[in-house]
Design a protein around this ligand. Structure first.
Ligand code: MG
Length: 231
């Protein structure tokens, strides 16, 4: 059966070990000339929203998005080595991405708050980029609110891969915002408690399925075949 799987990146596929927050801080510093006094609030927010909040909290006007995005991309590229040193792909991720990419009837891509350039850096740091079709993913520059990214990815899958409009979409992610993005767009959701949000919190957000991590490849593939709540 045809299926579109959209993986979140941070705390779902990889642990960035704090490098992600350093990217926001470095971009902010490059744009304003001074380091932030308050760190970035991430947790499933898009890069557009994260950077807007940072400027707002510091009482500063936000530069044009194109300038902010360029600063984020520069800061991300600079930290590829740091990500490799400190971060890691999470347990089971390599195996399940390989299995999903081998299914001819599945499209396996990302839905992430990261801008596309930094999504690629974070995945490439751990050899995951070649296992995903990043051309049809949805990224932090594509919308401010995470739920709006689902339609972006769906549109790209239709345009580039020629799939019909009614192919089910399943999100896999670690935050209540991933759950919300699925529930408000008629998508399925597999929540994974590998970030700071525990099972109870993800269930309270409405996730019908919460896994501790992605290490059980067979169970995960079986779930992808039938996710409760999927249209
Ligand atoms: Mg995440």
């Amino acid at each position: 059966m045809q299926l579109i799987i959209l993986w979140d990146i941070d705390h779902t596929l990889i642990e960035n070990a704090g490098v992600s927050k350093e990217i926001y801080a470095a971009a902010f510093t490059a744009l304003t000339g001074a380091p932030p006094t308050v760190g970035a609030s991430t947790e499933g927010r898009t890069d557009r929203l994260i950077m807007r909040d940072m400027f707002r909290r510091h009482g500063l006007p936000e530069p044009d998005w194109s300038i902010v995005e360029a600063a984020l991309a520069w800061a991300g590229e600079e930290r590829l080595g740091e990500l490799r040193r400190r971060g890691t792909a999470l347990p089971g991720v390599l195996d399940v991405l390989k299995a999903a990419s081998s299914r001819a009837d599945w499209v396996s891509s990302v839905l992430t708050g990261n801008i596309a350039a930094n999504a690629r850096v974070k995945l490439a740091a751990f050899g995951l980029d070649a296992l995903l079709d990043l051309s049809v993913g949805a990224y932090g520059a594509d919308a401010e609110q995470r739920p709006d990214l689902v339609a972006v990815a769906r549109q790209r899958v239709q345009s580039y891969r020629g799939l019909p409009v009614d192919v089910p979409v399943i999100l896999v992610g670690d935050t209540p915002r991933d759950v919300e993005a699925a529930l408000t767009t008629g998508s399925g959701i597999i929540a994974v408690a590998s970030g700071i949000h525990g099972r109870a919190e993800l269930e309270a957000a409405g996730a019908p399925v919460v896994l501790p991590d992605l290490s059980d490849t067979a169970a995960l593939l079986a779930l992808l075949e039938y996710v409760p709540g999927r249209p």
